[in-house]
Design a protein around this ligand. Sequence first.
Ligand code: C2O
Ligand code: CU
Length: 532
Amino acid sequence: MSSSRRQLLWRGAGLAVWTGARRLLGADQLVPMHAMKVQPAPIKRGLYAAGLPRFVDALPIPSIAKPEASGKYRIAMREIETQVHRDLKPTRCWSYGTTVPGPTFEVRSGKSVDIEWKNELPAKHFLPIDHSLCGAGKEVPEVRTVVHVHGARVPPQSDGYPERWFPPGKSRVVHYPNQQEAAGLWYHDHAMGIERLNQYAGLFGAYLIRDEHEDALGLPRAPYEVPLFIFDRIFDVDGQLQYPTSGMDDSPWISEMYGDAILVNGKLAPDLEVEPRAYRFRVFNSSNARFLLLSLSDGTAFQQIGSDQGLLPAPVPLKAFSLAPAERADVLIDFSPLAGKELVLMNQAFQLMRFRVKAAPVAVKWQPPAKLREVPRIPRSASVKTRTLGLDEYEDPATHAMFMLLDKKRWHDPVSEKPVLGSTEIWELVNYTGDVHPIHLHLVRFQILERQKFDIDGYRFEKKMQLIGDPFPPELGEVGWKDTVQAQPEMVTRIIVHFEGYAGRYVWHCHVLEHAANEMMRPFEVLPAKTR
Ligand code: C2O
Ligand code: CU
């Protein structure tokens, strides 16, 4: 779409006419809006933009979760205070331990674990709840939690279905089979209607699955393997978290939360002293809505060795890579030619953290293996069904209430995606909006087939679907197994999914948490394979 037309459709900050009447409407009464946004009302921003000194705090490394007995963990969610910068007062957060991110789980493929998740949070939320959103009504306890291990192949009762939340004072024991290959997963809150607030408060951490294949590659291990959680926030002048609102009491929801402060492992612009050797960084984008474009200030390349669901077939040298919310990259940085130097990890022009390379003793040269792991491509012919699923923004013509929908359906509409266990399907995600939507499917790993442009104006004004040009293959860093895919604007993104693991009810959704909260989340149901 031309930018002039986009301007015409843009409602921008002037949109002040929408009410909390969402629940009364059916999707057929809604009209697609496109590029409509609910912007936050101005809030008093914090000190960070005004200039705090950078690189004065050491990069924190989350502790490793300790089992109480073999394979048995007990994790409490609590309100904590943590210092995000040397010169700021402690910040109130919610955590699965004593830090944000919470402790890192280190588990072995094929060895199950049980985790008791205990909700010991206060009864009142400290961030602004929008009670008009689905599942966040005043009739349910204000604070609710349910934990989802993002990327885990688990039975439905272990998956953290958004409506299976539990309130403060309650706990739940959850079984994780870990029947999958080595991968950098992460756990986070998924409670219906307030997931974006709970994650913003700090409820997430790493869940690393290891296997023998990965062990045999001789990749750098701790302390040379470091998780990096990158996430943006807004702090007020007292160093406290602010979550912006629309300014309307009955519907404070905003389309996306973007902060002016970006933290790495819970610190603003931290510093890491490294040895002149190769390091392995497990990079997680745990922002609510912010997409990252990461590079190193001196032009040093990363070697990407893995993505969401494990190792790539071969290392990919990259000067920069993007990460949507919930996507992960497993990258190596070789500091051996950089003894005595400093370099900065950048998000576009923004300085995220500094690496200070020691001058001594001796640089350790090392190259990753040329082959990492076989990732057999799933042939298109394996697919028994192609589903065409739209991603769009809608407005109710009467109330101007806005929704973001998958396949024109709302959360409570009947389940429409019912793949059979053991079958393979192609899902075509047709993005009618001007935004990238990172689409995540629970339970499964999938492969990206391709992306293809289509004529958005033809669709909008004549209701015709016209594909344009040849499809684009996935990016080099996207050729491994994925669980979250960037559905690009005005494109069809095709993924091929083998539904293996378990039958039952799961969800798929956009991982921009504000979108997911306003209906861009749907259940799907894996049907048991017919036996005869
Ligand atoms: Cu990362 Cu449904 O979640
Ligand atoms: Cu989205």
